[in-house]
Design a protein around this ligand. Structure first.
Ligand code: PBG
Length: 326
């Protein structure tokens, strides 16, 4: 081919040409909606740092699940906010706790909704760490059975997927073992495999009241610069029996998603976290960016990097935008 004959703009010349050559699409069935469930009743409580996202009391969560389902969202990921916290995070694994109650409500009202439950202690411990502390340190192996108990409580309530996010070593194996011992072989485990110690979790910690009261999470969450180590985390979760793996956050770690996609054939989820959402909402509300276009661009980029599923606070809204554009 003569060097001056390749004109890539020919590929973009018309709307029709762009449509048939489009490489990456996002669909509402790619999205998982994170949902905060709190104690109390009759409450739908806005979260200042997450405009458009609410905390729902257990009696209000089924209505929201129905709305998500109507929007075409197939899955939600539940986080619980208990009334009382303690050293051992006991409300995380109480059989009648917030999350098991919410799971039952959702499954009763919208049986087709896939219910995923985050498994961690940080929303339930008085100190806000993701595991049990001993001498000011988070103790890995003492935490594992508690995570296992939480997973069993959620699976017994009807969760389809349990998702350990505490970044303890062997947390996937601990959940798989506890589930299997309790005849819960059908419940999937989605590992928060490569979860980075990120400054983008701020709004979530406000929403869940889960900021650590001392220290930080650098002793268990991953350092932002370590891509190879992230792949080792994913590999070890798969070895431990994870059905799905995750990279979190999404945007600052698109390269990790992409490398994981090239290396592993398991389904990969990416968590487009609270701070990533809040940035777009903040700039959008000031008119500094076109929020809708920016959000769809971000979601498309996460998919293009190789994620099969995107956990995003934009789920319901983006589903509406996508429907409007068809
Ligand atoms: C709990 C957990 C966190 C997030 C998901 N699960 C917070 C944290 O690790 O501090 C953050 C999600 C988000 O920012 O949207 N361990």
């Amino acid at each position: 081919m003569p060097p001056d004959s390749l004109r890539l703009r020919r590929l973009r010349g018309t709307e029709g040409m762009r449509a048939i050559l489009n490489e990456t699409t996002v669909d509402p069935s790619d999205f998982i909606a994170p949902v905060f469930v709190r104690y109390g009743s009759g409450l739908v409580e806005p979260i200042a740092a997450l405009p458009g996202v609410n905390r729902y009391s257990v009696d209000k969560v089924a209505g929201y699940a129905a709305r998500l389902s109507d929007a075409g969202i197939r899955a939600m990921l539940l986080f619980g906010i208990p009334e009382a916290k303690d050293e051992l995070g006991t409300q995380a694994y109480a059989a009648d706790g917030i999350v098991p109650s919410a799971i039952r409500e959702v499954k009763r009202a919208v049986p087709s909704m896939l219910v995923m439950a985050d498994v961690c202690l940080c929303e339930y411990t008085s100190h806000g760490h993701c595991g049990v502390t001993r001498d000011g340190q988070v103790d890995n192996d003492e935490t594992l059975p508690l995570l296992g108990k939480a997973a069993v409580a959620y699976a017994n309530a009807g969760a389809d997927v349990v998702a350990p996010s505490a970044m303890m070593d062997f947390q996937v194996r601990a959940l798989r073992g506890a589930l299997d011992q309790n005849r819960l072989q059908r419940t999937l485990v989605m590992g928060y495999s490569a979860k980075f110690s990120s400054s983008f979790y701020g709004p979530f910690r406000e929403a869940a009241g889960s900021a650590p009261s001392f220290g930080d999470r650098k002793g268990y969450q991953m350092p932002p610069g370590n891509g190879r180590e992230a792949l080792r985390e994913i590999e070890s979760d798969l070895d431990e029996g994870a059905d799905l793996v995750m990279v979190k956050p999404a945007l600052p770690y698109l390269d990790v998603i992409s490398r994981a996609r090239a290396r592993f054939d398991a389904p990969i989820a990416a968590y487009n976290v609270s701070g990533e959402y809040a940035m777009l909402k903040a700039a959008g509300s000031r008119g500094w960016i076109d929020e809708k276009a920016a959000a769809l661009e971000v979601l498309t980029s996460i998919k293009r990097a190789g994620a099969d599923l995107i956990i995003t606070y934009f789920a319901e809204e983006a589903a509406g935008w996508l429907r409007g554009s068809r």
